[in-house]
Design a protein around this ligand. Structure first.
Ligand code: NAD
Length: 259
């Protein structure tokens, strides 16, 4: 009998889903307790190891999330906002830690997680990598140290499949810069420029988005003044950094109070 926490991966066939499955299978601190995909997906009913092109691992992909959650201690979720909201209710029912990596959630959708957080521990981050979390702290510090003579721009690049923009990480960095400056991001954000936009407003925090190829995720925070520029940069070259961070969060959440 195993004593390591059982983890369910939802969105198991996705880019992050498959990386999470591998990460949990390779870990000696957790057990793969389930793999969930949406109803009608080809992989439902197949062994997850075989579906990923490897050896069977004894876990069948299911579309019955609640049943999968019932015998698990944590759910790791890198899917889409609507699915994440549905999973939050089921994870709360099953009292599972719910680790949310899904991005592109609106403020209203984030608020909808609150009832679930009364019953279960939820860990949500727009980026689960250690490097980006350090970059966030550095961004806040640099923004606090410099005045509005430095224009702040967040520039991000991702693979051509990504559906939301700017990335959750870019928004997180924008929030950190705004916090450093003591302003609310919603009052200073400049998200899309096209046509005769007029000159840049002093104090704005701008966002630029690049989509192409297989770029895993790159983020620059640019502080540009007359005669000089500072650039803080993070480049992700492998999705495993997000999966390892998410597994760490699932283990950290064990035994924590709901919230
Ligand atoms: P993807 O499209 O490859 O995978 C999404 C998966 O979710 C698919 O397999 C899809 O079938 C599944 N899914 C959708 N609805 C479902 C449902 N109702 N039930 C079960 N499964 C369902 O996308 P991806 O590149 O793996 O990214 C997924 C999310 O994770 C995105 O929001 C992305 O921005 C985010 N992401 C976050 C981080 C982070 O560190 N927080 C890192 C990378 C990606």
């Amino acid at each position: 009998m195993t004593h390591t926490p059982g983890i369910v991966i939802v969105g198991a066939s996705g880019r992050m889903g498959q990386m999470l499955i591998k990460t949990v299978l390779d870990s000696d601190k957790a057990t793969l307790a389930g793999a969930v995909e949406r109803s009608g997906h080809d992989w439902v009913g197949q062994d997850i190891g075989a579906a990923m092109g490897g050896q069977p691992v004894g876990v069948t992909v299911t579309d019955d999330a609640l049943e999968a959650f019932a015998s698990a201690q944590a759910v790791i979720d890198f899917t889409v906002p609507e699915a994440t909201l549905a999973f939050s209710k089921l994870a709360a029912q099953a009292r599972c830690v719910h680790v949310i990596g899904t991005t592109g959630m609106t403020d209203e959708q984030i608020a909808e997680l609150e009832p679930a957080a009364r019953h279960a521990t939820i860990v949500r981050a727009g980026n689960m990598s250690l490097g980006v979390n350090l970059l966030t702290q550095l961004t806040k510090k640099v923004a606090a140290a410099l005045d509005e003579d430095f224009d702040i721009e967040v520039i991000e690049a991702h693979h051509h499949h990504k559906v939301d923009a700017p990335s959750g990480t870019a928004l997180m960095l924008g929030e950190a810069a705004a916090e450093g400056r003591g302003v609310a991001l919603k009052d200073v954000e400049d998200r899309a420029r096209d046509g005769i936009t007029g000159a840049r407003n002093k104090g704005d925090i701008g966002f630029s988005v690049i989509r192409g190829g297989d770029i895993v995720g790159e983020h620059d925070v640019l502080f540009a003044a007359a005669g000089e520029r500072i650039v803080l940069r993070h480049m992700a070259t492998d999705r495993s950094i997000f999966a390892r961070g998410a597994l760490k969060a699932a283990l950290w959440g064990q035994g924590k109070a709901p919230g």
